[in-house]
Unconditional design. Structure first.
Length: 281
């Protein structure tokens, strides 16, 4: 099989990878849930390439993201739900329908008129979506209700922040940061109990509650949790790289070094950072 610029070749490749008799063992055993994290990861890598203005990487990462779409569509086709062609048809129908001022006759000839028209079309689409879900027996709808405007497609930290901000608009909120610290301590205690009991499901549940509470205090002190965590990630990278460089200079490797030695170098890296900050002040 040869590479091609034709999308049909990618669809053929995915079908071959999923073939139960001759396909790839890893690809064959995947399902929607197991592939979902890779789909999210590829979207982030596209965003990263854009931020770095790396067009070579962007081309590559867009291909990886497209593969995820083809992968999901293939699994859906195997389940008798829909095919890649149905995905393409759905989005083309949506874009044509939402732009009658481009693809059909419309009186929307100003930005405000276009927006009004767009909103009307989306409302009609929502009604149709509700009807489709009812026919399929799907009752729970996270797009309904007061919190429905908060997209579940957001990263979990961002979704938590926006849910809290939305709830706060109707007074469902803490009055100050201090009580949230008490809530965090309460969640830590509950996590300890779950860990002691060895209940993995409960541990996951309590961990989620703890993170949600931490996001809440970040919101109250005007510290965006996503950006705060990114800062910590950068700090972790920097300090861990310092461990690696020191060990390399000493002729050691990360794999061979003891935890005590790595912790010692880590603390040294922290001291260096504090000295730099103090000097800058």
């Amino acid at each position: 099989m040869e590479p091609s610029k034709d999308i049909s070749r990618l669809i053929e490749i995915m079908a071959a990878l999923r073939n139960p008799q001759t396909g790839c063992p890893w690809d064959i055993e995947q399902d929607f849930e197991s592939i979902k994290p890779y789909t999210i990861e590829e979207a982030y890598e596209v965003a990263d390439a854009i931020e770095r203005k790396d067009m070579d990487d962007l081309c590559d990462e867009l291909g990886d993201l497209l593969l995820q779409v083809v992968f999901h569509a293939r699994m859906a086709e195997e389940a008798g739900e829909f095919s890649f062609g149905d995905v393409v048809e759905a989005i083309t129908r949506k874009m044509i329908r939402r732009h009658p001022h481009v693809f059909a006759r419309s009186d929307a000839d100003t930005p405000d008129a276009v927006k009004k028209q767009w909103d009307e079309i989306k409302q009609a689409e929502k009604r149709e979506r509700t009807e489709r879900r009812a026919r399929r027996g799907l009752s729970e709808d996270f797009k309904a209700g007061f919190l429905g405007s908060v997209q579940r497609s957001f990263p979990a930290l961002t979704e938590a922040l926006k849910l809290q901000e939305r709830a706060a608009k109707v007074g469902f909120d803490w009055s100050a940061p201090e009580p949230i610290l008490d809530k965090i301590e309460e969640e830590i205690d509950e996590l300890r109990v779950a860990l002691r009991d060895g209940d993995k499901t409960k541990v996951s549940d309590e961990l989620g509650d703890l993170i949600f509470a931490v996001v809440n205090i970040g919101r109250h002190v005007k510290a965006d949790p996503e950006q705060a965590l990114r800062g910590t990630n950068t700090k972790f990278r920097r300090r861990f790289n310092h461990i690696e460089m020191v060990l390399e200079a000493e002729g050691e490797t990360l794999e061979a070094a003891s935890l005590e030695r790595m912790e010692e170098i880590w603390q040294a890296a922290k001291a260096i950072e504090r000295a730099v900050v103090a000097g800058a002040e």
